[in-house]
Design a protein around this ligand. Sequence first.
Ligand code: ADP
Ligand code: MG
Length: 395
Amino acid sequence: MVQKLTLQELPIKGQNVLMRVDFNVPIEGGKILDDTRLKESVKSIKTVLDKGGRPILISHLGRPKGGKDPAFSLQQIVKHLEKLLGAKVNFFDGPIEQARPLAKDGEVLLLENIRFEPGEEKPEKDPELVKKLQSIGDCYVNDAFATSHRAHTSIVPLAKAYPDKAAAGFLLQKEIEHVGGLLNNPKKPFYALIGGSKISTKLGVLRSLLGKVDALFLGGGMVYTFLLAKGFKIGCSIHEKELVAEARRLLEEANEKKIPIHLPVDLVVTDNINNPTRIETVSIDKIPDDLEGVDIGPKTVEMFGKLLNGAKSVIWNGPFGVYEHPPFDKGTLAIAKVLSEIKGEVVIGGGDSVAAVERADLGSKMAHLSTGGGATLEYLELQTLPGIEALSEVK
Ligand code: ADP
Ligand code: MG
């Protein structure tokens, strides 16, 4: 794998350092509901300050449609960011090209939501945007892993504007080390657990992992499309009819490659997720016509647990049931517990999977919780991301 320049190697003293961070935090009525993403960026920003650089932060917040909108203003995070950094944060919402004098030693400059600029999401709409940003910065750091699957101006063209001075921040490095490490050089046996609601959103990942893992474990809503492919009846369970043939192909391919695909052996079924009056545990060949599968059953948890014993590397993406609605979170939480006891490198990727592990209070027991959501999925599929590719190479 090509080595990318890191923040540690970047000459920073006396430089204006453009830092693409991901401050896309949930905010309601001006209140930050979860500041994880802010906290995670602290290490890189502080390092730049400590080394005598002047951080200029670039981020998006939400999905503003067409220009400025106070609901999406990054002004809302300034006070909290100051507290986390222990440094002054100056906020700038004027024309970007005028920001250079506002970057001061020992202080942080935060630019307004970059998605207020039409050229951010569509670089071809405003080729001047990258030049404006470049005019205020001397080098570039990407610490926005969760946005690095997008070829937006502040992710790809801006990095390329600094051919020898575009570096990976600490957050990005951690993701490359753990997620990239699993894909490139996993300790064996290496197992993947894939769940979630739909097979359509996971096909690329399934195909890519099939070439790497020693076994695949499937759960969640996507299982029912596989069960259809195997000729089972699935009652009212979620499925994608048009992908049954594709699921069958995957099963055949795995068979040819002699990679076991482990499906659940029992399932929890119900008449209604929100107001269940019937909840039953049935084996996969006995799903009643009028019920839908919402979780893996205890026999499956036990079987998966035994098969996962001795794993040296594990990646898990996608909950194994409708975990937002207890008691249908049982299977997912039990699998989280199983993984927390594995001695090897266990990586959790995907927004809902990470949320489920944190709900079980087991986050600290895993080697790595990937912060990427969609970016993590794309990284698992393609083994790189546009934002990582665009960074400088170490010669
Ligand atoms: P991640 O965010 O970790 O990548 P996904 O977004 O792919 O995961 O999947 C999470 C969703 O899958 C959850 O909202 C969960 O309710 C849903 N899900 C899991 N199992 C089922 C099921 N049997 N039926 C319907 N939805 C399910
Ligand atoms: Mg999700």
